[in-house]
Design a protein around this ligand. Sequence first.
Ligand code: MN
Length: 290
Amino acid sequence: MKNILSIHRQGEGHWVGDGFPVHTIFHYQEHPELSPFLLLDHAGPADFTSADKQRGVGWHPHRGFETVTVVFEGEVDHQDTAGNGGRISTGDVQWMTAGSGLLHKEFHSEAFTRSGGRFEVLQLWVNLPANSKMTPPGYQGIVDKDIPAVALPDGAGTVRVIAGEFAGVKGPARTFTPINLLDVSLTAGKRVRLHLNDGYTASLYVLSGKVLLNGQEQASGTELVILDRKGDELTTEASTDARLFVMSGEPIEEPVAGSGPFVMNTPQQIREAFKDFHAGRMGKIPAEAA
Ligand code: MN
């Protein structure tokens, strides 16, 4: 059994640009033990009124890690200076490898801007191992239909496998280190045993609902539960219908130095990142969008 180490309430919220009202669920400075995961932001759920001008966050850089954006409701447009772009909607996932560095912008899609409506997105930052921090930037646009949904026994719910594996079913995301990312929907009144790897970091974020974990501790939306690396199983009993975002991975046991949009191994590499960004070596904002 993976023991529960701690449960954390959501803190103060803040805005990222004018499109993302987020709560930071964890950050590597407070929770280095969650390696390879660096940060989790929960945007919304929030209701946006219809508008003419797209809301979001303009051009900004990243280096040294990956951003994983999971859309629960709404629609987000992405464009980056590595030449990638895409639109992700409800159920889709965007897996962006910043690697050696790029600039990107993230905005509500034009259609969502016009219609308005409910908006809810998670963004997870996944660290890269030292030998891959300067890998060329990459982009995986993963659509809902490519994410397998595993039915749990006894009608207990479903598990969408975004990355890694669950019950022998593999998720579509390519990762640099072993990671299991699961979007778990649980049915009220049902009990489930989730297998998680012994030795892997494990945590879960309760998006909504209420669950009893290991028959001991209650967690409810929007709490973060940090589990022990030791052990290989977690039992959940849903008191209400519930949705959990389960993050598990092999820890990267390397030094972490970060500042703002850059996460590297040493302070010297962070100074280089700022220098490279200001010199335009991470890419230049396309002229038509400047
Ligand atoms: Mn970003």
